[in-house]
Design a protein around this ligand. Structure first.
Ligand code: FAD
Length: 469
């Protein structure tokens, strides 16, 4: 690794160059896990982050972490565990005011609500302990390429241009990553079928209440009243609540700050509450990128759509994508080949682990954009909760015979809706099955995409939804 500082003359800004094995852009979950994975093996890794050292790790989030028990080892779990402020959460509490119903649905697996900024600082420390270097206050503005291969990035720090050169670039710059606007992917498999309408706009506040809330063992969800959106109340502790809301960007925009304020005012447990922190951001609520690689380049986490599109949960996906990209970077560096062919295994591991499940769940997301929210809530209110829990977390929404029977008895008013959901489930299962046959080689991608796109046409025909891709 070399770092050179120079100047082109009295009026020109000083030019600096960092060169090494891997440049990671973004010090979030995906970037820290990718950097830690590569640095642990002794390679030169720098993480370039636009925020300053104090702000780094401060990310807009609901702070709910699912699957914390099985996080990648590149950053030891004991390192992040002190940021898990509430590990007693074991169910979702769905408030459906229009139906005057509250559903309590168990959530399988380890669940925690965390102090997100503390967690953010701890994963940065973990990546540093593994040997990664961090450059803060450094805003990446451009991607450099040579003969179709990505060779690095150009950034600005303190008004100076800083050049980064590396064998591999990991794009962990989050939702709507600017790197993807700058790079030319025309000769690669990299997925560029990405538009803002496949994202959700979300906002959250950290609120302190005087008296402990009664639901400190639950993740609370509620539909918004004024537009097709959702609210959440996630207890970091019994008196510190992450309260937020979001809406899909293909829907009519909500006034997030005002709408949250309105709901908070109407909840007695928040009388006299104080707001400690406010943040908002976009998050991908879409299927994972068909391919997140190009020669010399891998995108991870939000930058590659690695978020559960129905819950908005993206921390675990980002951590695993970081691990898989890091391991693939090591292999590419060892064989001295950063072509798509070598990097392809990264795509496969993402699809195997969670990508195909998320692509299946995306179909339910599409379904909900085409239905009446009141119908949806009415039907949810009529379902048996333990079966609903299985359905929600199995990915394939495996609605068993007991659920069908119970539903037929309890939800007679919603039979048309349930039949549409049933048909949608069948196409979602076909999609998941097709993702289970994700190509083993970049050359197989076009044929695989053709079949998938035919299945998506079936989804739009079944649901009546406008095409999302
Ligand atoms: C309001 C909200 C609530 C959410 N709630 C949850 C939840 O409860 N549970 C859950 O699991 N997930 C939740 N998510 C999603 C989750 O936060 C993300 O999926 C996760 O943080 C993705 O991690 P990442 O590393 O890919 O990106 P990020 O954490 O966004 O990190 C990207 C980093 O890149 C940096 N960066 C961006 N551009 C540049 C640039 N040009 N130059 C240099 N640096 C740059 C950013 O400053 C940032 O530090 C929520 C998201 C939002 C917006």
């Amino acid at each position: 690794m070399t770092e050179q500082y120079g100047t082109d003359g009295e009026t020109a800004p000083s030019a600096r160059t960092w060169s090494g094995d891997v440049v990671v852009v973004g010090a979030g979950t995906a970037g820290c896990y990718a950097a830690a994975t590569v640095a642990r093996e002794g390679y030169d890794v720098v993480v370039v982050e636009r925020k300053n050292e104090k702000e780094a790790g401060h990310i807009a989030c609901g702070d709910a972490l699912k699957g914390a028990d099985a996080f990648p080892e590149a950053i030891p779990k004991e390192k992040i565990q002190p940021a898990f402020t509430n590990t007693d959460v074991d169910h979702g509490r769905f408030e459906i005011p229009k139906e005057d119903t509250v559903l309590e649905i168990p959530v399988p697996g380890e669940l925690a609500v965390i102090d997100r900024w503390e967690y953010g600082r701890r994963i940065i420390d973990g990546a540093k302990d593994a040997g990664a270097e961090f450059h803060y206050d450094t805003v990446v503005q451009d991607v450099t390429q040579e003969d179709g291969r990505v060779t690095g990035v150009r950034a600005k720090r303190d008004g100076d241009v800083v050049e980064y050169e590396s064998e591999l670039l990991v794009d962990a710059a989050g939702s709507l990553s600017i790197l993807q606007d700058k790079a030319d992917f025309s000769d690669s498999t990299f997925d560029t079928n990405v538009t803002y309408s496949q994202f959700c706009s979300a906002y959250r506040e950290i609120v302190h209440v005087e008296e402990p809330v009664e639901w400190d063992d639950a993740l609370v969800f509620k539909p918004t009243t004024r537009a097709a959106g959702y609210l959440w109340y996630f207890p970091r502790t019994s008196t510190e609540i992450n309260a937020g809301l979001g809406f899909q960007m293909n829907e009519e925009p909500m006034t997030l700050v005002e709408d949250l304020k309105r709901d908070l005012r109407n909840r007695p447990e928040f009388h006299g509450a104080t707001v400690e922190d406010k943040l908002g951001a976009a998050l991908p609520t879409r299927r994972p990128y068909d391919s997140a690689v190009a020669p010399g380049y891998m995108a991870v986490g939000d930058a590659a759509g690695h978020v559960n599109p129905t819950t908005g949960g993206g921390i675990a996906g980002a951590a695993y994508a970081g691990k898989y990209a890091g391991e693939q970077a090591i292999e590419a560096l060892e064989v001295g080949d950063v072509s798509e062919h070598t990097l392809w295994r990264y795509n496969q591991r993402v699809m195997d682990h969670f990508g195909s499940r998320y692509a299946g769940l995306d179909i339910y997301n599409i379904f909900t954009t085409a239905v009446d929210v009141d119908d949806l809530m009415g039907m949810l209110g009529a379902l048996p909760t333990e079966k609903l829990s299985e359905a929600l977390y199995s990915g394939s929404a495996n609605i068993g015979w007991r659920l069908k029977l119970q539903t037929a008895i309890d939800a007679r008013d919603h039979w048309r809706f349930i039949y549409d959901l049933y048909k949608t489930k069948n196409v979602a299962d076909e999609i998941i099955d097709h993702y289970d046959h994700y190509p083993t080689d970049p050359r197989g991608l076009p044929a695989w995409q053709e079949v998938r796109d035919d299945l998506m046409d079936k989804v739009y025909a079944t649901t009546g939804a406008a095409p999302k891709y």
